[in-house]
Design a protein around this ligand. Sequence first.
Ligand code: ADP
Length: 404
Amino acid sequence: MRVLIINAGSSSIKFRLYDMEREKLLAAGTLERIGETDGSSVYRKYSAADDVEEHKKNSPVADHTAGLKQIFDFLESNGPLDSMESLHAIGHRVVHGGEAFQAPTLIDEDVINGIREMISLAPLHNPANLAGIEATRRLCPHVPQIAVFDTAFFRALPPRAYRYALPDELYRHHHVRRYGFHGTSHQYVAKQAAAYLQQPLKTLRVITLHLGNGASAAATLHGTCIDTSMGMTPLEGLIMGTRCGDLDPSVHFYLARTLGMDFDEIETLLNHNSGMKGLCGVKDMREVHRLADSGDERARLAIDMFCYRICKYIGAYHVTLGGLDALVFTAGIGENDPFIRQSVCNRLSVLGITLDRNRNQDGTSGTFNISGENSKVKVLVVPANEELEIARQVVLTVNKDRAH
Ligand code: ADP
């Protein structure tokens, strides 16, 4: 049962091909700088013995259709697939499903129109996701295609968590509310944590921290997510590589009135030139550490603020969940940065959380437990794998559809 997962961004396409009988990765790759003169791609094929065969190419890629055609040619000519039509299904990551799409959905014209209607809520993401879907439908018209929404894991947030204290009609008529993002990642690592602890997720209170370039926290009570840090857009919440996270809305008025900035400039400032980059000049956490280690006070403060903001959310969600069984770190920083994990957990002794310094420092592959011997909460590191979660949801959706 071969399932292809496509994650189409505005200028890139990432893909993964799985054999879902064994949940084995067969091929993966990334195609970058679509529409520019210096397009490039890296494709990897994984053999039975887990050997990796890598193919790199530097050539311009005109648009998403040309990019997908290149990917499909690679998959057909390099062995993982006899033909694209032999695929069981194709899954697409779609960032914003709004209130209309609360579960993985078999794509047809109505679904495409629905995703299009959501563009005003996710202008940076949904157009690219749509371009990927439409091109794939043209190239593989007979393979079932499923949209898996980043927002869907947050479908059961209670209104007290998802509403903003704004006039009611802004929610009722204009969709202004918190939606949450990184849902597939939070869902995957919460499930993996439960499996690792050998306890059903429906018995656990879990906080998951997705700390990558984008960063978010989610509170999952007995398998249902009840609060999350990202809002109507992925700008709210934690401090990120280039995004500011929580901010007094009056800062916008001040910037407009005092500095004469327009909407576009403010949007660019808050999304692309704030966060770690705004605080200390670099967005990559490894570079922030290098600066901090060399004595740069701005970088030290940026790290302190990054961890402090995370702790504020953990404190809030601890109350929301009525206690905590597991705290889970994932994504680039969460998986690879023992210093950040330690700095966060140092502030959490009031919750009975302790770390095992050696296990935190040494790490290992796969899921690992870094909690101290007497910690009241299990602290785990779980590698992110949104694509596998999307593939699992695709299989469930196609099978359900066939059973009807
Ligand atoms: P994205 O949100 O783009 O998927 P990732 O999950 O790949 O991001 O995370 C990217 C972040 O992870 C960057 O800030 C990068 O510096 C950080 N990161 C990756 N490896 C390490 C490491 N070994 N130590 C600290 N930070 C790391």
